[in-house]
Design a binder for this molecule. Structure first.
Ligand code: BG6
Ligand code: MG
Length: 223
């Protein structure tokens, strides 16, 4: 294992909850139902795809012009940005700070593969941006998760072969992307949402370098 590539929202910090709150705010405004179960489908996918999915689930896919959709996304992001402004280094999810230290101590490269255009701002607020050797710009990609492009780009930026990378995700689309990239997939969350992951942990505090290495060895013997 020469590199570990992280998803951001829901893995490094609990901004998955802020995305939910921001979409809920928009859904209430346009009077369509939206709950946590529907939100699961939005995890890991872009702002544009999230809005489409939200509108389709509410039977509202033909209600808005492209300009109005842009305005809805702008409002969602504006609301979301008011929430992330409160982030401090205290908002790292449990165990993530320790894992980053362990990786640095062992000279394992660290990458970020987040679909969020707000990612650099969040890493700065968490005071961990300097720990990352590569941060993929999602705006420069042709395809979002579950396409493997974002993870393959991270590996290329880190100058590490995909087969030598582990990647950590909390979304179904992300796990599919990692597996399509030929990497060791670590899922954080419920087993039923992490289908295909090579290692599943319930909480980020369970993510230690020792566990990753152990499971990595087991996985490498199988493939
Ligand atoms: C992903 C989140 O990390 O980023 C998605 O899981 C979100 O919920 C996507 O839609 C895009 O984020 P942003 O900040 O660019 O709107
Ligand atoms: Mg996520």
């Amino acid at each position: 294992m020469k590199a570990v590539i992280f998803d951001l929202d829901g893995v490094i910090t609990d901004t998955a909850e802020y995305h939910f709150l921001a979409w809920k705010h928009i859904a209430q405004q346009i009077d369509i139902p939206f709950d946590r179960r529907m939100n699961e489908r939005l995890k890991g996918i872009s702002r544009e795809e999230s809005l489409e999915s939200l509108l389709i689930s509410g039977g509202a896919e033909t209600w808005y012009t492209n300009a109005e959709k842009q305005e809805l996304m702008h409002q969602k992001n504006h609301y979301y940005q008011t929430l992330i402004r409160k982030l401090t280094p205290e908002d790292l999810l449990p165990g993530i700070g320790r894992l980053l230290c362990e990786l640095k101590n062992e000279h394992i490269k660290i990458g970020l593969a987040s679909s969020s255009r707000n990612a650099p701002e969040i890493l700065k607020r968490l005071a961990i941006i300097d720990d990352f050797h590569a941060i993929v710009d999602p705006a420069a990609l042709a395809n979002g998760k579950p396409d493997p492009e974002i993870f393959l780009t991270a590996a290329a930026l880190l100058d590490v072969s995909p087969a030598d990378c582990a990647a950590i995700e909390d979304a179904e689309a992300g796990i599919s992307a990692i597996k399509s990239a030929g990497m060791f997939a670590v899922g954080v969350g419920h087993e039923q949402s992490m289908i295909g992951a090579d290692l599943i942990v319930r909480h980020t505090c369970d993510l230690t370098l020792e566990l990753l290495k152990e499971e990595w060895e087991r996985y490498r013997k199988k493939v």
